[in-house]
Design a protein around this ligand. Structure first.
Ligand SMILES: NC(=O)c1ccc[n+]([C@@H]2O[C@H](COP(=O)([O-])OP(=O)(O)OC[C@H]3O[C@@H](n4cnc5c(N)ncnc54)[C@H](O)[C@@H]3O)[C@@H](O)[C@H]2O)c1
Length: 249
C-alpha cells in the first residue's frame, strides 16, 4: 500500500448519521460503510432507516434531533462513537414578511438546535475518549442567500451551523475531537424535489451553478469520508464547500 493511503480507511470505526435513512445522509452512511465503518443509521423515518441499515449491514435507530431527552438517552446507550454526522435537515420556503413564527422555530429547531443537541450529547463521550470526528451538513445557504426562492430561516440556520462548527472545533481541538462541516450546493434529493418541478426556480439554480447540474448525493458523501478519516487529521473548524462552483461566482 502507498504510504498514507490507508489513512482514508475507516476500518474499526463506529459512526452514527442523523437523518441517515434518505438522501445525502443515506449516501454518507453507505460511503462510511464502504470505507470500513460500522454505521448506525438514525432517523425519524423508522421504516426507511431499517431499509437503509439492512442494505448497508448496519444498525437502525430512531432518533429525533429535536428531542434533547431522546438524543441524550441514545447517546448514553451508544457510548463513544468515532464519527458523528449531523445531517438531518428540513427546508421551508416563504417570504420573510410572511413566514409563520412556528415555521421559523421548526427550521431552527431541526437545522441548528438539533445539530447543537446531537453534537454535544454524542460529543461528551468523544471528548472523554480524547478522539472523534464530527461532520455537520451545512449548505451554500450558510454562505450566501440562494436565489430565487426565499428561505430566511434555512439560510440563518445554516449560517449558524458554520459558526457552531468553528466554535466547537476551537473548544474540542485540545481534546482530540475534530469538528467540520460540509456546505453542499443543490443536490438531487427529496429536499429539492419541489424546486426541481418549478422551472422558474430550477432554471435559475442551473444558470447560477457553473457546472450546470445538481450534485448527486454520492458527490457529497466522499467529502464526508475524508473529513471523518485520519487523512483529515489536521483539518478542524472548516466548512468545506461542495457546490459545482456556485459560490465561486
Ligand atoms: N438537497 C440539497 O440540495 C441540500 C443542499 C445543501 C444542504 N443540504 C442539507 O443536507 C442535509 C440532508 O438533506 P437531504 O437533501 O438529504 O434531505 P432529505 O429530505 O432527502 O433527507 C433528510 C432526512 O432527514 C430526516 N429528518 C428530518 N427531520 C428530522 C429530525 N427532526 N430528526 C431526525 N431526522 C430527521 C428525514 O426523515 C430524512 O430522512 C440537510 O441538512 C440539508 O439541509 C441539502
Amino acid at each position: 500500500m502507498v504510504k498514507g493511503i490507508d489513512r482514508f480507511s475507516l476500518d474499526g470505526k463506529r459512526a452514527l448519521v442523523t437523518g441517515g435513512a434518505n438522501g445525502i445522509g443515506k449516501a454518507i452512511a453507505a460511503a462510511l460503510s464502504a470505507a470500513g465503518a460500522r454505521v448506525i443509521v438514525s432517523d425519524l423515518d423508522d421504516a426507511a432507516a431499517r431499509a437503509t441499515a439492512a442494505e448497508l449491514g448496519g444498525e437502525a435507530l430512531h432518533l429525533d434531533v429535536t428531542d434533547p431527552g431522546g438524543v441524550e438517552a441514545v447517546a448514553a446507550e451508544t457510548g463513544a462513537l468515532d464519527i458523528l454526522v449531523n445531517n438531518a435537515g428540513i427546508v421551508h420556503n416563504g417570504p420573510a414578511v410572511e413566514i409563520a413564527m412556528e415555521d421559523w422555530h421548526r427550521v431552527l429547531d431541526v437545522n441548528l438546535t438539533g445539530i447543537f443537541t446531537t453534537a454535544r450529547c454524542f460529543g461528551r463521550a468523544m471528548v472523554a475518549a480524547g478522539k472523534g470526528s464530527v461532520v455537520s451538513i451545512s449548505s451554500i445557504c450558510g454562505h450566501v442567500p440562494v436565489w430565487p426562492q426565499p428561505q430566511i430561516a434555512y439560510n440563518a440556520a445554516k449560517a449558524g451551523v458554520n459558526l457552531l462548527t468553528k466554535s466547537l472545533a476551537a473548544e474540542w481541538a485540545a481534546c482530540g475531537v475534530r469538528v467540520n462541516a460540509i456546505a453542499p450546493g443543490y443536490t438531487a434529493t427529496d429536499l429539492t424535489l419541489a424546486g426541481r418541478s418549478k422551472p422558474e426556480w430550477f432554471n435559475v439554480w442551473l444558470e447560477r451553478t457553473p457546472m450546470g447540474r445538481l450534485a448527486d448525493p454520492d458527490e457529497i458523501a466522499g467529502v464526508a469520508v475524508f473529513l471523518a478519516s485520519d487523512a483529515a487529521s489536521y483539518v478542524t473548524g472548516t466548512v468545506l464547500t461542495v457546490d459545482g462552483g456556485y459560490t465561486a461566482l
